[in-house]
Design a protein around this ligand. Structure first.
Ligand SMILES: C[S@@+](CC[C@H](N)C(=O)[O-])C[C@H]1O[C@@H](n2cnc3c(N)ncnc32)[C@H](O)[C@@H]1O
Length: 243
């Protein structure tokens, strides 16, 4: 996969009115602001368009902004995970409530809400998705870690305690994962920084086009781990030196 820095902001985040309909107003602005230092949504939409007919996993759905960006290419199946106890304790509602209230939802997204644990267990999760008639379906389904191993891209943006991230990373290594692991917040705290430093696969710090770009005070950082062996990063060439 080629990641060309000069093309990241070419993606249309407004693609699909349905995507916009489920965003709360105050988040919509943040979502669409390509210059926002906090925003990584253009990067996520760009990556989704480098994959066709694939599987994209997101760990940490929250309000669904990342999910919507990852679903930018409708040919991919996007499976997003969160935990019910954390969502219920949070503020401002959450993604699944938004979907159900507005009955408006991209067809290629499956929201998996679990009671506890992380994405690696096989216990039941509540799945919410739309069917072809755009009707909301909510049902129980055992989690399937094999789908995670088969995925093309995993966006990990959840606990940020270094422990959960390490567990998932180790699981991917043990199972000979062949996709791309995108890590949000690699510089958020000491635990994440240590986890990032300890990764021994081919990795790239792509904060310049990710979370906290251009912001010295909020450089929480984005890292990419290339399990596929096929990632090519095309950074802008620096201007010629003055003579
Ligand atoms: C920073 S938010 C995610 C933001 C979202 N990815 C985006 O880009 O807009 C982190 C989310 O991770 C969830 N989370 C924490 N631990 C988790 C776990 N073990 N499994 C799944 N989700 C988890 C939290 O409930 C929270 O909603």
């Amino acid at each position: 996969m080629k990641i060309d820095y000069s093309k990241i902001y070419d993606e249309d985040l407004r693609k699909g009115d349905a995507h916009m309909a489920i965003l709360q107003d105050y988040r919509r602005e943040e979502f669409l602001d390509q210059t926002s230092t906090a925003s990584h949504y253009s990067l996520l939409a760009y990556l989704s368009n480098q994959i066709s007919n694939g599987i994209i996993i997101e760990v940490g759905s929250f309000l669904g902004l990342g999910t919507i960006a990852l679903a930018n290419n409708p040919s991919n199946r996007v499976i997003t995970y969160d935990l019910l106890p954390i969502l219920q304790a949070g503020v401002g509602g959450y993604f699944v409530e938004e979907i159900i209230d507005k009955n408006f939802f991209p067809l290629n997204i499956e929201v998996m809400v679990k009671e506890d644990g992380n994405i690696l267990g096989e216990e039941e999760a509540t799945v919410t998705m739309l069917d072809a008639r755009k009707e909301v379906n909510t049902f129980q389904r055992p989690n399937d870690p094999k789908t995670i191993i088969k995925s093309d891209l995993i966006f990990l943006d959840a606990a940020h305690d270094g422990k959960m991230e390490q567990e998932i990373y180790d699981f991917l290594c043990r199972n000979d994962y062949k996709g791309i692991l995108l890590l949000d917040d690699i510089s958020l705290n000491k635990e994440m920084a240590l986890f990032w430093r300890g990764i021994d696969k081919k990795k790239y710090d792509i904060t310049e086009i990710g979370h906290g770009k251009d912001d010295d005070f909020n450089r929480s950082g984005t890292g990419l781990v290339d399990f596929s062996g096929n990632v090519e990063i095309v950074r802008p060439t620096s201007p010629p030196a003055l003579t």
